[in-house]
Every structure is written in C-alpha cells, then in structure tokens.
Design a protein around this ligand. Structure first.
Ligand SMILES: *Cc1c(COP(=O)(O)O)cnc(C)c1O
Length: 384
C-alpha cells in the first residue's frame, strides 16, 4: 500500500498549506442567486457572464433538441455521430465570427489539446504566455513540440524567442482574456510579431466570446482583426451558457483538424441536443445587447465601490474582476467571511495563480443587479 500511504501524505501536505480544494454542492440552476449546501447565496463565481446558463428559452431549445435528435450522439463525428444540428451550429458559428469555417469540440480543454497537437509536433515550437490557461499548456506538452513560455504580455521577450528558435513551425498561443486576471491580450501586436516571424497565433477566447466585440462576436471582433495568421478558439460553456467549444479559421486549417485532431476524432460526438440549444444561445447573444451593457455598468459600479479598498482590483475591463489579497490563508479567510454573510466569491490560490498572488476572483454576470454588487462592496468594506 505504498501508493496509498504516499497519497495520504500528499493530501495532508495540501491541508497544511491551505491548498485542499473542496467541492460545494450546487442545488439550484447556475445563476446569480443560488442554493448551495442547503443555504441561499448570492454568487460571484460562475463564468455565466451573460446569465444564459438557465435561460428558459435555451432550456426549451434543449428539450426540443432532445425530441428531434434523441439524447446520445452514439458515435464519433467521423463515423456516424455528425448530426444535422452539429453541422448547422458549425455554419452558424462561422457566420457569427465571420471566419470561413468552424469545427465543434466537446469541451474547450479538448479543443486546445486537439488544435495544438494537430498543428505542432517534434521539431516545431510552441510559445505560450506564462498566465495561459492550463489546457493550453497541457496541449503544448502533449504535442511534443519545444515548449517556450514568455512572461505575461511581454512582446519583446516573445519576439526574441521567435528570432532564436530553430523550429520550422511556430505556434504562439495565448488566452485572449486571461482567466484569472481578466486583462485582454494585445492581439494586434501579437499578430504583427507572428506575421514578421512566420508564426501562427492561436487565441483562446473562452472569456471573450459573447462578451467582447460587436454583438458579442469576441476578442478578434473587439480589435477588428482578420488575418490568415490567426486561429480562433472559443468555448460554449461560459457566456454561451451551454457546453462545448469550437475552433474557427481557414477552410484548409479546419479540414486539417477534422483529419488530425485526435481529441476530435477519438471521442463520441457531443449530444446534438446541445448543438440545438446553442443555436438559440447564439441568437440571444447576438440580439440582446442589453446583457453586455449591463455587464459594463456592473464592472464600473464595482470599481467605483472598491476605489479605496485595502485590496487592489487588478486592472481589468472584463467581467473578471480579481481582488488581489496575497497570502493563501488570507484569501481563504476573506472568502469564508463573505460566505458567512451569504456571498460566494472563490479564493483562487497557487498553482492556479503565481505564489503570493492569491485573490478573490469576482466574476460578474448580466444576471446580477446593481444592488447585488452593492451588497458585495459593503461586505468587503466591513471585512476591511
Ligand atoms: C474554461 C477554459 C477552457 C476550458 O474550456 P471547457 O469548455 O471548460 O473545457 C479553456 N481555456 C480557457 C482560457 C478557459 O477559461
């Protein structure tokens, strides 16, 4: 039983460092006001930025999708699992993002694994921002390409790495909106560097899709950029409120992924009812601008309210508003104190964020009211 003894010691060590993760039990649908572990809370924890995760119209579309397509896809896309609803969604996603073609994956994690390992391999090099999401790093490691990380948003360091690489194919990967910091990557500048050094840029827009850009078309639309050097990836379980992800780009890129992305090929297609629900979600994202307007108002209200807080909000104009606390124990204590008052805000600790930068990750949703933000601000003022 050496394995069990070792695991038990590792768990105990986690406890000692305040790093043990515990799962709360969500007993209501995902929304601003939730029931958790038998108690009602106001939550600032989800990535449901537009408040669509339990939208009745999308729920109705999911039911209709089940009636039309059944529940299980029953096969992978390349065998007989590619349902009409999947296909229609891919066409809609391409039209929505203004890119030639889109490919649906079951999750964002799988999309990143699939696209990076299909495009880069031995002899190639992947360049990754230090604050990138874990799925991008895992993807780079799995690809067997040389894996170079550059300091957060350090364009000069990236350019030096590109100048010095002997690799034939170069792929630069970044979060378009950094998931634990909320800042937006300098995508136009990154594209400029990629164009100069014959590299491709993959942006992971998990937190920008639906939120940024005209009609919520995402971070590329926010900057008004189009380029053959750009590969766009976004997830559909955050602002879109459902599940899944897609990669969009040129016809030849997407067709290559169909042929080569192992996390696309060797897995059962996502239930087509989800694709049917996502068509309704996409319609709502495009049409209901008030959701993005509301988010902007809530972000301003929170910043205003916490202007003279002892804890600093990191510079972010997105619904991800991290409050920098520092120590793990301090962040946990602050989160616990808010929870006592019926407010849920997660404490994010290493290794998700660098040592010494534990934080409360406040995430706002169009489902929040101005009064909800005021309640959080008041509680934080009292805790200070
Ligand atoms: C959430 C997230 C993912 C993973 O997407 P899932 O659909 O949840 O698997 C990938 N990249 C980033 C930046 C994310 O925040």
């Amino acid at each position: 039983m050496t394995l069990h003894a070792e695991l038990a010691a590792e768990l105990a060590a986690r406890d000692g460092e305040g790093l043990r993760r515990r799962r709360r039990l969500l007993e209501s649908p995902q929304r601003a006001h939730v029931r958790v572990d038998g108690r009602d809370y106001l939550a600032f924890c989800s990535n449901d930025y537009l408040g669509l995760a339990s939208d009745p119209r999308i729920v109705a579309a999911a039911k209709e999708g089940a009636e039309l397509h059944g529940v299980g896809a029953g096969a992978s896309h390349l065998i007989l699992g590619h349902a009409a609803a999947h296909h229609e969604l891919e066409l809609a996603l391409a039209a929505f993002t203004g890119l030639p073609r889109a490919l649906l994956f079951s999750t964002g994690y799988m999309a990143n694994i699939g696209v990076v390992s299909a495009l880069a391999g031995r002899g190639d090099a992947v360049f990754s921002d230090r604050l990138n999401h874990a799925s991008l790093n895992d993807a780079a490691l799995l690809s067997r390409a040389a894996f170079r990380r550059f300091p957060h948003n350090d364009l000069a360091a990236l350019e030096r790495q590109l100048i010095n690489t002997p690799a034939r194919r170069r792929l630069v990967i970044v979060d378009a909106v950094f998931s634990m910091d909320g800042d937006i990557a300098p995508v136009p500048e990154l594209l400029g560097i990629c164009a100069r050094h014959d590299a491709c840029l993959l942006i992971d827009d998990a937190h920008g899709f639906g939120v940024l850009g005209k009609r919520g078309r995402g971070t590329a639309a926010h900057f008004g950029i189009r380029s053959d050097h750009l590969i766009y990836m976004a997830t559909l379980g955050k602002a879109a409120g459902v599940a899944g992800a897609f990669v969009a780009g040129s016809e030849v890129l997407v067709e290559s992924l169909v042929q080569q992305a192992r996390s696309y090929i060797y897995t059962t297609a996502t239930p087509p009812l989800l694709a049917h629900a996502l068509l309704e979600s996409l319609r709502i994202i495009g049409e209901e601008q008030w959701r993005r307007d509301r988010l902007h108002q809530l972000v301003s209200r929170l910043k205003q309210g916490l202007r003279d807080s002892p804890w600093r909000l990191l510079p972010s104009d997105t619904p991800i508003q991290p409050l920098l606390v520092g120590g793990n124990a301090e962040a946990l204590a602050l989160s616990a104190r808010l929870a006592e008052q019926g407010l849920l805000v997660p404490a994010i600790r290493p290794p998700t964020v660098p040592q010494g930068t534990a934080r409360l990750r406040i995430s706002l949703s169009a489902d929040h009211e101005a009064g909800d933000v005021d309640r959080l601000v008041d509680a934080l003022r009292q805790a200070a």
